[in-house]
Design a protein around this ligand. Sequence first.
Ligand code: RB5
Length: 152
Amino acid sequence: MNKTKKIAIGSDHGGFELKNEVINYLQEIGWIYKDFGAYDTKPTHYPDYALRVGKAVIDGEYQCGILICGTGIGMSIAANKIKGIRASLCHDTFSAQMAKEHNDANVLTMGGRVIGKGLAREIVRVWLMAKFSQESRHIIRLQKVVDIYEPC
Ligand code: RB5
């Protein structure tokens, strides 16, 4: 594992508890991270944290991000509005592996009300270890995604 990568992590109130578990895991395995909030379970707004984490990744100080809300859906929708962010909602390890190998996902999203702590740890482990395949078909497809702009 390339532990020189720095991880930006954030949640809303719905993902707060699971985020703390993921932070515990990152500390255990020795990855560098920064917690961009929320810092308690007071109701808050997930797009604010998606923007903070997404910008931190795009600015380059952090090479990848983890965003957790109640379902992971809002974080995924919001983060994918940021140019250059490829956020993937993963609630199983196969998706986590593919999100990196095929989609070069630079942000992982999960739902704190959907999965348990053990599975979340395993998803994070697999996602951090996986690498983009660099296969030309996936490079072409990712470029096609970049090329999409208001087609309707
Ligand atoms: C907050 O109640 C909840 O809507 C939020 O955490 C998230 O699940 C949105 O997608």
